[in-house]
Ligand binder design. Structure first.
Ligand code: GLU
Length: 278
């Protein structure tokens, strides 16, 4: 008897869920685009969860950082309130797949626009220009730039432009890669790695949180144009997101948000880039 009742309840619940899903426009086999999701007041946005200053999931479950603010601003222009956003962690090497599979509507996650990535995703932006740099222990004296990496052990993230650059252009350096940069930090602290390499902005966030344990060295040695990654072929979305980025820069929000997130790490807001309307 008890089992029967449970089964009936289960079937009833499924019917109810299907009815709700149909009413919300989720029915059918067709996968709807980001603009339709936005029109329904909801967006799923990929960010980093472990990059303080850029994309961070805080202990209380809230999200903070420049990328998070860019994501919220763009969502707002598309008509979506912050409580309509679901943030999804998007580690470096998984970003193209998350976009292609429709698991996110778009990605704002220190995501460099590259020709190789453009084979799989489209990019709005750029909304920021970063550069590859090096994080070392505060007492390190023998690494002051990429030329000091000969014979050294360097840690970075799988699939990143930073790791690719070391592999290609610094063959005498041992590069070790993990899913995220935060996984490199313990090894840097304990002496397993001599340096962590990725964009200056990301490293500045880690340095600011390290209570003086780490420092950034040298000048940036690459150009990383941060774009908002999205499905290839969704031209309408690209236009809307590019407009939103331009608006954020023009109305002063871009600088205000950058100053609020990065001035504690001693970073001045640079001149914002111009959006590429390719
Ligand atoms: N901007 C570089 C990239 O997209 C490094 C930062 C990251 O991995 O998110 O590969």
């Amino acid at each position: 008897m008890r089992i029967n009742r449970r089964i009936r309840l289960g079937a009833g619940s499924i019917a109810l869920l299907l009815a709700i899903a149909a009413a919300m426009g989720c029915g059918g086999s067709e996968r709807r685009g980001a603009l339709e999701h936005a029109a329904a007041g909801r967006l799923t946005i990929g960010i980093k969860f472990d990059q303080p200053g850029l994309g961070l999931r805080n202990k209380d479950g809230s999200f903070s950082g420049f990328d998070v603010e860019v994501a919220k601003y763009v969502a707002g222009v598309l008509g979506v309130q912050p409580d309509g956003i679901t943030f999804v962690e998007s580690p470096t090497a998984q970003r193209e797949t998350l976009v292609q599979n429709g698991q996110v509507d778009f990605i704002v996650a220190s995501y460099s626009i590259t020709e190789q990535r453009k084979d799989r995703v489209a990019f709005a932006g750029p909304y920021y220009v970063a550069g590859q740099s090096l994080l070392v222990r505060a007492d390190n004296t023998d690494i002051s730039g990429p030329d000091g990496l000969r014979g050294k052990k360097v840690c970075s993230a799988k699939g990143s432009t930073s790791a690719q650059n070391i592999e290609k252009n610094f063959p005498d350096t041992q590069i070790h890669t993990f899913d995220t940069y935060s996984l490199c930090l313990e090894g840097l602290r304990s002496g397993g790695w001599d340096a962590v390499t990725t964009d200056d902005l990301i490293l500045a966030g880690y340095a600011a949180q390290s209570a003086g344990a780490f420092k950034l060295v040298g000048r940036p040695f690459s150009t990383e144009n941060y774009g908002i990654g999205m499905k290839k072929g969704d031209k309408a979305l690209r236009v809307e997101v590019n407009n939103a980025i331009e608006k954020m820069i023009m109305d002063g929000t871009w600088k205000r948000v950058f100053d609020a997130t990065f001035s504690p790490s001693g970073y001045q807001a640079p001149t914002p880039p111009s959006v590429d309307w390719y």
